[in-house]
Design a protein around this ligand. Structure first.
Ligand SMILES: C[S@@+](CC[C@H](N)C(=O)[O-])C[C@H]1O[C@@H](n2cnc3c(N)ncnc32)[C@H](O)[C@@H]1O
Length: 455
């Protein structure tokens, strides 16, 4: 018999889902409730349901959880970015640890040890990569820049965002005004018309500088976009450079293939683990430098306590952040990354930091693993795997097992794919020692993890 549920009902929120929604149970349904906190007792209205799941909004908060706090951002309710800002920060960390444990249990089928979350040193002004979609109002032609409302592509025009460096608010306000003055239209994704699609900013915690990247729907640089870029560069001492990115595709990907530097430098510098890094428009770099520093220091301490002069593989390396951070304690580091811009920057960083024990490879990790295994066999003491959200393929995991003598340190921003991959590694005989979560993204449901694996 199919379960039935009324349109409106009273529920107790029991826990938080991996997408930051409160979970309640009633009438055989699991109900995902927006903007709710475990401990809330609320009247909710169902707006979508299937056989066993339903989605609901709170219509009356009968008894709020004692963990609720007043959000510090006035836009929290409308902007989709900081889903958990109304929950006190310490409790956010408790909930995130539960999310990791649940993923390990339900996807990994295991009760791996999940340690307490290491908090972010900064809980405001921590986000150093900003990607604002741009649009334009129909009649007044005002330029809008901000984040999307939850589950929509409707832009919330954000004037002030307390989780970003304050300078970014000032730059984006200038961009709104100048783009309109210069007749640079905002992008309309339905009709695929308009010029300015996104503004990406890479801000440095170390130098306070910002690289500004206008993303345009054009193959060539229009003269007014050049003038626009020069005006931004001239206006702000904090802007290290302007690089225009060209993206004419009908795609959700923000950046196109080609980037052209218009003014100043095409990177910012960041300092982590005592090393200076260069971060460009297209390079992957952790969005929260102070929390990233915690991860690098943690991994470095763990390896130095367990190995003397190890040979380390840094796979899915980006600008070789792990490799560079670990170079002081390694005999040799070998790093592999598929994005050429990142590897080119890594070469510069390695040189400028006078590091001479890193080999950099610009290729697909799977292909590199195969070649390395054919040539050298099991040759790494420790492998750091830090793949994108989708995780590793089984083939890559098999290679990592064959190439590594002692430890794999698997760093992941997605508990679900991490759980899947740990399950696979365990089936192949590896032992998951523990998982250490780090809060890289305060006030959101995202959580970064390092899994320590023995072979
Ligand atoms: C999560 S990032 C990690 C970067 C780096 N470890 C860091 O902490 O800054 C993942 C990186 O893997 C790279 N990548 C994705 N798929 C790849 C593949 N098949 N082969 C090599 N690199 C890949 C991406 O370009 C990206 O730089």
């Amino acid at each position: 018999m199919q379960a039935v549920i009324p349109e409106e009902l009273e529920v107790k929120i029991e826990k938080l889902s991996n997408m930051g929604l409160g979970i309640a149970k009633a009438g055989g349904f699991v109900i995902f409730v927006e903007n709710s906190c475990p401990g809330d007792f609320a009247k909710v209205k169902i707006y979508k349901k299937n056989k066993h799941f339903a989605f609901a909004k709170i219509t009356e908060l009968i008894e709020p959880s004692s963990q609720r706090v007043e959000p510090f951002c006035p836009m929290q309710k409308v902007c989709g970015s900081c889903q958990l800002q109304f929950i006190n920060y310490d409790y956010q960390l408790v909930l995130k640890r539960e999310i990791v444990k649940d993923a390990m249990h339900s996807i990994g089928g295991e009760e791996f040890e999940v340690r307490e979350v290491i908090p972010s040193p900064q809980v405001r002004n921590y986000r150093h990569k900003i990607q604002y979609p741009i649009a334009q109002t129909k009649n007044s032609k005002r330029i809008l820049a901000g984040y999307y409302k939850p589950s929509s592509h409707e832009i919330v025009n954000i004037k002030y965002c307390p989780i970003q460096p304050e300078i970014c608010d000032r730059i984006i306000e200038f961009i709104r005004v100048e783009a309109q003055k210069l007749g640079i239209s905002g992008y309309d994704e339905t009709s695929h018309t308009g010029i300015l699609r996104h503004v990406v900013m890479r801000a440095s915690d170390y130098s306070g500088k910002v690289l500004v990247v206008p993303v345009i729907n054009s193959e060539k640089l229009p003269e007014n976009v050049r003038t626009f870029s020069e005006k931004i560069f001239d206006k702000f001492d904090e802007v290290s450079g302007i690089s225009v990115n060209f993206n004419t595709k009908k795609t959700n990907l923000i950046l196109g293939e080609k980037t052209q530097n218009i003014c100043g430098e095409d990177y910012i510098e960041e300092k982590l683990c005592g090393k200076i890094f260069k971060v460009g428009a297209k390079t992957f770099f952790q969005v929260n430098p102070s929390s990233a520093n915690n991860i690098f220091e943690y991994v470095k301490k763990y390896i130095s306590e367990n190995f003397e002069s190890p040979v380390i593989l840094d796979a899915y390396a980006g600008i070789t952040a792990f490799g560079i951070a670990l170079s002081d304690i390694a005999k040799r580091v070998v790093s592999v990354e598929e994005v050429k811009e990142s590897v080119d920057l890594a070469r510069q960083i390695v040189k400028e930091n006078n590091i001479n024990n890193i080999d950099l490879y610009n290729m697909d990790a799977g292909e590199f693993f195969r070649k390395q295994l054919d040539k050298y066999g099991k040759c790494f003491d420790v492998t750091v795997l830090d793949p994108p959200r989708k995780g590793c393929t089984n083939e890559s995991l098999d290679y990592a097992l064959k190439l590594t003598k002692h430890k794999i340190i698997y760093v992941s921003c997605n508990p679900a794919t991490l759980a899947r991959d740990l399950k696979y590694l365990k089936e192949k005989g590896a032992k998951v020692d523990f998982i250490q979560p780090f809060d890289m993204f305060p006030h959101t449901y995202h959580i970064e993890n390092a899994a320590l694996i023995s072979l």
